[in-house]
Write a protein that binds this ligand. Structure first.
Ligand code: SF4
Ligand code: SF4
Length: 435
């Protein structure tokens, strides 16, 4: 079993201060034909067709919603290839040969003036979010437009999640430093959409540079209603329930929506991306990604085109350290990210980071009943008992221990004295509890 919770060379401090680098475009771009929420797709183009940047080339279909598919380069659609998706599954990707001309689909894109943006209604913003495929860029990929439907509930407070609480990831932080104006414009757009004045940008309190940048910016806008809200430096402070508690004092019970308590929250990159979509009527085609870990020569934060192969990115980072050693690949943070069996993966818009580790075998020992996993669990589960129930295949007990409340934060495995992958057992318990 691959352990995610091992020592990782701490490149965070350096990456926090280094400017983001545009990694360039690969010759081959791959657009996912399916994902966990939309397992089917249809393309409106055929092999050999020329496609333009931002062009709508198809639609993904799911049980709850559909997602438009856009090209992230101009070039030629040459067919399909299977590669790893962030989910760890081999899926079909549409292969586009990049012509490096970035020829835009001008039938789609245009620029809105500030006056035009100020007149947009919530429904119109929601429509742009849907048509431009705006999705949670914190890793959730949940369509933004669906969050706009609060079932008539009044929103009193908008929280913008700039916490990025997983260790070693700094992409959102760099985005906040480098694009403060877009972030503020994105927050104003959300205030406009929800008719809500109170908007709080939540960041770790140790990020004094971010707090200073935004406070300086906001001091020029005394009536904006936007404030910077410093929150704790711990993990999982970025989990929405923990963030809401820290930022507002409100406890949202399990199974309830923040909107029931007058709160809505968005990831900071999502908000900036949505503003860009509204301003230029185009989909988000690139994002900031942290590439780090002791297995990669030159870690950094990079601006990466959606659909870029991970191998291209790793080559641009100088390749592997210790090529003779087996590698662990994690997409997302070290705590909640997905471990992949190889580097043949494609970066979609939900990939916040790529962590490459030199793999050392970690030997699991027997549980010593220390209770550390129980003490660590932010949703007050008993991971060790869940693990034992899974081993015994005691379905009644599994259900009674409520594994479905697990947010898969990984802390039970991280804190385990015996290096047991407790989180994996809880994941299995979730599957069994649903049967
Ligand atoms: S992974 Fe689940 S069970 Fe383990 S600590 Fe996190 S919430 Fe609790
Ligand atoms: S932390 Fe590990 S060793 Fe301690 S009780 Fe939990 S599973 Fe057992």
């Amino acid at each position: 079993m691959i352990a995610k919770t091992k020592y990782i060379a701490n490149t965070r401090n350096l990456l926090e201060i280094l400017p983001t680098v545009d990694i360039g475009e690969p010759e081959d771009i791959f657009i996912a034909m399916e994902n966990a929420r939309c397992p089917k797709a249809e393309l409106s183009i055929k092999e050999g067709d020329h496609v333009k940047l931002y062009q709508l080339i198809g639609m993904r279909y799911g049980p709850f919603f559909n997602q438009p598919i856009h090209s992230t380069v101009s070039g030629t659609f040459v067919g399909f290839e299977k590669h790893l998706h962030r989910s760890g599954k081999l899926v079909n990707f549409a292969h586009i040969k990049n012509d490096f001309k970035d020829e835009e689909d001008k039938t789609v894109t245009f620029e809105r003036t500030d006056e035009e943006i100020a007149k947009l209604t919530r429904e119109e913003i929601m429509e742009i979010a849907r048509d431009r495929a705006s999705a949670g860029l914190g890793g959730s990929s949940f369509p933004t437009y669906i969050k706009f439907d609060t079932k008539g509930r009044k929103i009193n407070t908008i929280l913008i999640n700039g916490i990025e609480c997983e260790p070693y990831i700094t992409a959102d932080k760099r985005m906040m430093v480098e694009h403060a104006e877009t972030v503020i414009n994105g927050i104003k757009l959300m205030q406009q959409a929800f008719g809500t004045k109170d908007a709080r940008l939540c960041v770790k309190k140790k990020y004094k540079d971010i707090i200073d940048i935004y406070n300086t910016f906001l001091s020029e806008m005394p009536d904006s209603g936007i404030t910077v809200c410093p929150v704790g430096n711990y993990y999982p402070q970025g989990w929405e329930i923990a963030m809401i508690k820290s930022a507002t004092g409100i406890d949202v019970p399990s199974g309830h929506l923040p909107s029931e308590y007058g709160i809505i929250n968005f990831n900071v990159s999502t908000v900036a991306g949505l503003y860009d979509s509204v301003k230029y009527n185009r989909p988000v085609i690139e994002r900031y990604v942290s590439v780090t870990g002791d297995g990669i020569k030159h870690p950094g934060n990079f601006s990466i085109r959606n659909g870029t192969p991970m191998r291209y990115i790793l080559e641009k980072c100088g390749g592997y350290t210790h090529p003779e050693k087996k590698k662990v690949f994690i997409l997302g943070g070290p705590m909640m990210g997905a471990s992949l069996p190889s580097d043949d993966c494609i970066c979609t818009k939900t990939v916040t980071s790529i962590i490459v580790l030199n793999h050392d075998e970690i030997k699991e020992e027997n549980c010593i009943r220390c209770g550390s996993c129980v003490l660590s669990c932010p949703v007050h589960l008993k991971p060790v008992q869940i693990m034992n129930a899974v081993k015994a295949m005691d379905k009644e007990m599994i259900k009674a221990l409520e594994p479905l409340k697990c947010i898969e934060c990984g802390l039970c495995a991280y804190s385990c004295t015996s290096k047991i992958q407790v989180t994996d057992y809880v994941r299995r318990a979730k599957v069994i509890a649903k049967l």
